[in-house]
Design a protein around this ligand. Structure first.
Ligand code: PLP
Length: 351
């Protein structure tokens, strides 16, 4: 195309999970919540005064940041807010990495990191997961660059412990370590929040798309030292100063505040996940441990793509990745208990 920049020509955009419209599916392919966001968010939307939309929103979303700080018990100067964690990851790559910088992440992880690395002209180094699909922390450390880790990792679902994260942070305090905690809340394992006060090279990014059930609203936040947060604001204010609309700010405040509802829905999803794991065991699947709201599983002698297609045909969407080492797996988001029973029945029929 005549008008494409060299950068635009060179990149391969991220491909999100499909959203087909041809029929209604049980949708277990993008790790959305099967439950609605908290009722308080609904009240906020119902009572929102549309006339206020004539006014610009607060470009710092200060009230949202303050609500995050209060709920988590951190200083408000350590909180950044963004419209989805993909956007915040984009700010972070621009704020902290220069063209040619080395950025290190596992070979099997969230696909957006490699897209951003290419977009911003970085030197990406991919460290293979070990034979059990666990992140190789020493490999990351020895690669000598800034580090990006999804914890728990996606699409495997396995988390590093907080001690392992600390080992990475302390190995070189002059490199930045970005921890993408997209699945915050589904497990206590690996939470790096307790490390914030001791490591100014730590940036935690959390989306509200998964555990908070707000994927449709685009809400995320980051936690880090005030210098890191200032740097994110510098980038945001250079091309996207009003990154939240007024309604999103209000819904975000409601969602972050209602911790009881959050706990409740997470507990239900985790319970369903473990029941579903037992059904998969019974069907002879080999399923990785999960600290998230999905299971990554395979069955000897069954082709991953074939299984994904057969399930799609039967009206159930799961995710299959056309990638070496994981082609025989499918990733299944945890829906309601009813969704998972339907899936088990369908699997029995297919097998
Ligand atoms: C889902 C997911 C995201 C994207 O979250 P959004 O806030 O919806 O953009 C980022 N990182 C990981 C690891 C994810 O699984």
């Amino acid at each position: 195309m005549r008008f494409l920049s060299k950068t635009a020509q060179s990149i391969e955009p991220y491909v999100p999970g499909e959203q087909p419209k041809d029929k209604s599916y049980i949708k277990l392919n993008t790790n959305e919540s099967p439950y609605p966001p908290c009722p308080l968010a609904g009240e906020v939307i119902e009572t929102f005064n549309y006339e206020d939309l004539r006014l610009y929103p607060d470009f710092k979303a200060s009230a949202f940041r303050a609500a995050i700080a209060k709920t988590l018990g951190v200083n408000v100067n350590s909180v950044f807010a963004g419209a989805g964690s993909d956007a915040v990851l984009g700010y972070a790559f621009q704020a902290f990495f220069d063209r040619g910088d080395t950025v290190v992440y596992p070979d099997i992880t969230y696909g957006f990191y490699s897209v951003l690395a290419k977009l911003y002209g970085l030197n990406p180094v991919e460290i293979p997961l070990d034979a059990n699909f666990r992140v190789n922390t020493d490999g990351l450390i020895n690669a000598k660059g800034h580090i990006v880790i999804a914890n728990p990792n996606a699409p495997t679902g396995i988390a590093l412990t907080t001690a392992e994260i600390e080992h990475i942070l302390s190995s070189d305090r002059d490199r930045l370590v970005i921890i993408d905690e997209a699945y915050t809340g589904f497990s206590d394992k690996g939470n790096s929040e307790p490390l914030l006060s001791r490591y100014d090279n730590l940036l935690i990014i959390r989306t509200m798309s998964k555990s908070y059930a707000a994927a449709g609203m685009r809400l995320a936040y980051a936690l880090g030292s005030p210098e890191l947060i200032d740097a994110l604001d510098r980038i945001k204010d250079s091309f996207d100063p009003y990154n939240f609309d007024r309604l999103s700010i209000d819904v975000g405040i409601a969602a972050i505040t209602d911790t009881k509802y959050l706990r409740n829905t997470i507990d239900r999803i985790v319970k369903t996940r473990e029941e579903f794991r037992i059904s998969l065991d019974r069907l002879g699947f080999e399923t990785l441990p999960s600290d998230a709201n999905f299971l990554f599983t395979r069955k000897q002698g069954v082709d991953g793509k074939g299984l994904y297609l057969a399930l799609k045909d039967a009206g159930i969407l799961v995710r299959w990745f056309n990638k070496p080492r994981i082609r025989d797996f499918i990733r299944i988001s945890i829906g309601t208990s009813r969704d998972m029973k339907r899936l088990v029945k369908t699997l029995e029929e297919i097998l």
